[in-house]
Structure formats: C-alpha cells, structure tokens
Design a protein around this ligand. Structure first.
Ligand SMILES: CC[C@H](O)CC(=O)C(=O)O
Ligand SMILES: [Mn+2]
Length: 336
C-alpha cells in the first residue's frame, strides 16, 4: 500500500521560525510541495488554530491569511490545519473550513480523547476529513492508546495518529502502539515523529512496517525542539525500500534546500537540551520556553527538563516551566 505523507513544515515547523512564516513563503512552499505530489500539507500556527497567544508565541502574520494563501496555491494537495481543543474554538474551525481547508487534525493529550467529540462532529458537519492526534503517546501503554483511538473512531475520526510529541519513543514502542491501534480500530492509523533520539526516520519506517497508513514529515526536519522526520529523507529512504509514495524526490530536495534552509534560523540539531528533552519525555514545544526560563532564573535548561520529565508535564502545562525554574533557583539560594 501507498503510505500517505503529510508535510507539516508550515505547522510544526512554525515553532522553529517563531511563527514568522509569511503568505509569500507559504505560497512558495505549498507550490513546490504540490508540484512534488505531496498529498497533504498542514498549515497553521505551530500550536494549531488560534495558537497565536502570549503563552504559545504570537504569529507575525495572521494565520488565516497563511491558510488562505495555501488553499489558493494548492492544485492537488489537500490543505489541513491543526486544532487543539481549548486553544482553538469552534469559531476558528468554522473560519478555516470557510477558507477552504480539506482536513482538520484534532490534537489532545493521549488520555483525553473524550474532549474531541464535539469537534469531530463539527468537522464532519463542515465536510472535513478529520484526523485524531494522540499527543505524548510515549506516556501511555499501547492498550490505553487503543481505547482512546476507539473513542475517536466512534466520534467520526477518519484516522488516528500515534504522536511522539517528545521524541521519546524507540522502535519497539512505536511497533507496539501502532500495531495495537491497527487491531483496535478499522480507520487509518498515522505516526508523527520527533527526532530527539535521532530516530524520527527509523521510527516512521517502523510505524509503516507495523501497518501505519499515514506518516508526517517536515522539510529539513523543521519542527518544534529536535524537529521532525525530514520529508525529503523519508521519501528517499522509502524509494530505496521500493515503497511508492507518489512523491517526486528531486522537487522535494530542491524546496528543502533552496527555500526552507535559507529561512531557518540555524540547522536543527540534537543538542544537549533536545536530547535531554527526548530522554526525559518532555514535550518538544516546551524547549524555547525552557531556555527562556533557564536564562531568566539562572538555572540550566537540563535541570528544568529533568524536573518536568519527573512531573510528567503534558502539553498545555507550559506554566509549570517557570514554576520549576523558580523552584530550582530558590533551592540554589538564587535571588528570584
Ligand atoms: C499543539 C499540538 C502539538 O504540538 C502537536 C504535535 O505536533 C506534537 O504533539 O508533536
Ligand atoms: Mn509535533
């Protein structure tokens, strides 16, 4: 079977450029991804629709303008957006649908599928393809994720993703989780990798071997924290394995090199903070806030990561980062 690739450079990658994508950049990237034959392109603030806030980081350009630019540019690719209940509301979902997105990916912590029912129902009413995202999937065993996937299926999801938000999964963990979901539901299963342990491509291939139907990537791996599986590398590896994605690798390599690389503030590397984040199982989107808190209160990002990992912080608990930084500083007798 042909895996369906979703490129989320213009959503997950938005974190890595401080949500500064312009409508012109969106047109250029979407145009080239569409030419390459990438089936789905995700566009929104990194934290999903309406994510432009003081907590998540403000967008430089209104995200609805970016979505409009994408919809106007794509000839064949579907344009998707991400939606996190509690960050976005039904109103933003309706607006994005009016602009012309074809798919919405609804993301919640991996034990909170019950929060998604009204949004899956609304997505279906609006005629959208609806995909569920079980974030921080390393935190729960396969059996729990399978139950959550069943709930999403019952609400109308067309696909459920195992989302390795912290880049903390190793191949055995990916295989167990994807296989369990494949057995539990009859809709498609997806996998979204982060590269904290250097396993984004390997884990994505393991997911496919375990039966995943949909896989995410970003050009040059541009994404939150340690970034994602680079779409061009993923397609190259799949070509070598004789797995047909229907995507033109040459066009993909060109857009990665000529368009995305020059926009990046620097290459995405697995530095100490990113590695520790994956090792401790901390949500990748926390990285920039952790660095900020560490600098402000004179403690190290590593100490904050370790403590957040111990506390099992989940997406949405960004306010813990400064609390932890202050507590660590106080313990050291630093002035806060
Ligand atoms: C805000 C949603 C979230 O960042 C989705 C995602 O890409 C992940 O959890 O890795
Ligand atoms: Mn992600």
């Amino acid at each position: 079977m042909k895996p369906r690739i979703t490129d989320t450079t213009l959503r997950d990658g938005s974190h890595a450029v401080s949500h500064s994508f312009s409508p012109e950049q969106v047109r250029e990237i979407v145009g080239r991804l569409d030419e390459a034959g990438v089936p789905v392109i995700e566009v929104s603030h990194g934290a999903g629709l309406f994510g432009s806030t003081i907590q998540q980081g403000f967008s430089v350009h209104p995200e609805l303008d970016l979505i409009k630019a994408a919809v106007e540019t794509a000839k064949n690719s579907k344009i998707a957006s991400l939606f996190v209940p509690g960050i976005g509301t039904s109103e933003e979902l309706r607006k994005a649908a009016e602009i012309g997105i074809s798919a919405i990916r609804i993301a919640v912590h991996c034990t909170e599928a019950d929060l998604t029912e009204q949004y899956f129902r609304l997505a279906k009413e609006l005629g959208l393809e609806a995909v569920g995202f079980l974030m921080m999937s390393h935190m729960q065993p396969a059996s729990v994720l399978a139950e959550q996937a069943k709930l999403m299926e019952s609400y109308g999801a067309d696909c459920v993703y195992v989302v390795d938000s912290a880049g903390a999964l190793v191949p055995t963990g990916v295989r167990e989780r994807v296989s369990a979901l494949k057995e539990a539901v009859s809709i498609e299963i997806g996998f979204h990798a982060h590269n904290n342990l250097g396993l984004a491509i390997g884990n994505s291939i393991t997911a496919l071997e375990a039966g995943a139907d949909q896989i995410d990537g970003t050009l040059r791996g541009l994404g939150a924290g340690a970034g994602n599986a680079p779409t061009e590398t993923l397609v190259a590896a799949l070509n070598k394995m004789e797995v047909d994605t229907g995507i033109n690798l040459a066009v993909l390599m060109d857009v990665a090199e000529d368009v995305v690389a020059p926009i990046m503030p620097g290459p995405i590397v697995i530095d100490r903070d990113n590695l520790l984040s994956g090792y401790a199982g901390v949500y990748n989107s926390f990285l920039l806030h952790v660095r900020h808190g560490a600098e402000k209160f004179g403690v190290s990002p590593a100490e904050i990561m370790e403590e957040l990992g111990k506390r099992q912080a989940t997406a949405g608990q960004e306010d813990w980062i400064l609390d932890v930084a202050v507590e660590l500083a106080e313990k050291k007798g630093l002035k806060v």
